[in-house]
Write a protein that binds this ligand. Sequence first.
Ligand code: G3I
Length: 369
Amino acid sequence: MGGSLYSSPATPRSTGEEISRRAVLTSAGALALSACGPRDAQSQSVPADLPPLKTVAPFRVGSCVQALRLDDPALADLLAREVSQLTPEWEMKMEYIVQPDGSFRFDAPDRIAAFARAHGMGLLGHTLVWYAQAPPAFEQLDETRIRFADAYRNYIHAVAGRYRGQVVGWDVVNEAVAEDGAGWRDSLWARKLGAFEHIALAYRTAREADPQATLLLNDYNLEYMPAKRATFLKLAERLLASGAPLTGLGTQMHVAADIAPGKITQMIHELASLGLPIHVSELDVSLTRSDNKLLSRGELQRRQTAVYAEAAEAFMSLPQRQRFAFTLWGLRDRDSWLKKENAGDAPAPFDDAGRPKAGAAALVEAFRT
Ligand code: G3I
């Protein structure tokens, strides 16, 4: 175990040798290759020699990943081929790390970190503070033993300190803005430490723990909701004005295929107006979340390709110093979180077998220009 809410992070960080040995041992139990299904129309319209995304993009291209999925050699190979950055999809969050007794576990995020290290990839830390996760150990903290603020700082130091030198950036605070953009979200952190102060404290503490990492503020629906985007930017400006070490903005971009053309471009340009590096942090393009229920599957797939193109072109239009990274929330359809909501969705740029779809070709086309 690596520390706890009650102890300062005296835990030595995992050494490269230790975690790479563990990664080798665990990956030895690799699952059988999954059968490759038939090629769908989307995959058939893609050149057979499409170059890997990371070889044509002038910035890091990322994907989320779950530790156990690294047992799938087909996925491990696809990640190694296509991306230069990994975001732990859930195992670097409090829900995984903080145990009921307040102790921390790092086996899964260490495994993802080891894979990234072994493949020369950056690691995007996701996420230190999120309104959606307040483990019981925090909620039931025995404040006669330790003040809540100290436990909060202990946690950030323990996690951000552990991956210091490997993490290229942290989503320090995730989804701070209210759903309707009318303010900031309520949370255990806000109630205990202050609506603004808990956010500023998180950035200051993350910077103490990691002097180099880009410290990002990450949120979603910024392309769909101008009011939310405005509040997000106001929060970023207030953090900067307070001297908090905010050094990047993340826009998740969980979008639907029928999103109106231009919304993504408008959002990217407005976010870039602060001059900070921008992270397209969780891009997927749902076929089944579309509002327009009259569109055929073929038309939705065509629009999906156009959305991938717009997202990549909008990102490419930024100056190089503002292109932090371009991250997909899953490379293959089968790995997408959206499959839990609708098994018929196919939101990713690669199909279940890891073959590039027209969306992947659109990304390559935009990145290589
Ligand atoms: O794998 C375990 C399984 O062994 C266990 O039995 C089961 C029940 O506890 O949990 C399974 O883990 C789940 C994990 O996804 C893998 O499927 C977690 O409970 C579940 O909480 C986790 O959900 C993740 C979610 O964030 C919450 O952390 C999703 O994968 C992930 O895609 C989603 O990602 C979020 C971003 O962090 C923030 N932006 C929105 C995005 C989508 O919701």
